[in-house]
Design a protein around this ligand. Sequence first.
Ligand SMILES: [Zn+2]
Length: 370
Amino acid sequence: MARRGASRAPKCPSASTMASTQIRYAYQQLFVAADLARRRLPLIRARADAAGPTLWLTACAHGDEVGGIAVIHEVFRRLRKQPLARGALCAFPMMNPFGFELGTRHLPLGNEDLNRAFPGLADGSLSQRIAYRVFETIKASAPDLVLDLHNDWLHSIPYTLVDPPLPGQRAIYERTLRIASHLGLLVVSERANDEEARIWQSTLSGALMAQGIPALTVELGAARIIDEAAVQHGVAMVFNALHRLGMIAPLAKTFVHPSLETFGQKLLHYQDRPFAMTSGIVRFHVRAGERVQVNQLLARTYNAFGKVLERLRATDDGIVLGHADTSVALPGVPLLAFAIPDLPELPTPAPPGPKDLREDPASPGEVPSA
Ligand SMILES: [Zn+2]
């Protein structure tokens, strides 16, 4: 049985203790394996001379979602030329090294989903122990924002995903929505009843939100293989965040993904319907990023002789976030995902300029109430 590693855990320093601009590479030790290999979580920290906000980036909670790792590499590489003006940027680039090695979403031991194990347990299962180390380290730094980087279907566009609020968490939800509106990507909110919302609280972003820490899940295009265009979008999104937090010199131009031209500052909700009702071979008629109208043909399913079994049509106007990585249709299995604009406007982003998001005032009517 693997024994637990040493408890000394390098913490992302609070901004007030920073002495100079530097990037450091460290580890969180997890355990020593049977072959005496040390299993560790890599941790990167950049700090400016001047005190300021703390931003965290996390990636690869799902072992096959590798694009966020490259985003983190590129962000820190760019910081060598464009250093932080103030504050700290910290990152866990590979939270699930076990899944990464096998190219699987879950941890192979026990088939656990790390992003359903937060806030974790110090002496729990492997996923709970990793979650605990990650969560406690992030929380101890009292961050201003946490961006958890994920990847979606191979054919998908990037978007930010805001966890649904539980009763009593409306304020942090609305604060996080305001932050999301400045990142240059579509802002998509899960719609869930209270029971479903509790499930989302076992994600890293949901568990942080429950602690009053603004946190967003960011879906950055294809999983399994690094999509260089998606990496560029992710890096630009992170620099939008650094800019908005006042942690870097003003950007010459803030990043806006082309998908925002479709629905602008609408708050969208996530939808993965209609499901196929048949078992068959699916051929898609829409692409990721395409705007669709209610009743538009989305896909057809066929049997082995080529007979059409089913036509899937859009249930709402929206934008296609992506479609499945497979052409195997099964009853009740999602084949497409959409962002549906039936929620109120998000706040209009303020003009570029250093601004601490912690001080973003909430004005009446600025954020949706539904
Ligand atoms: Zn994921």
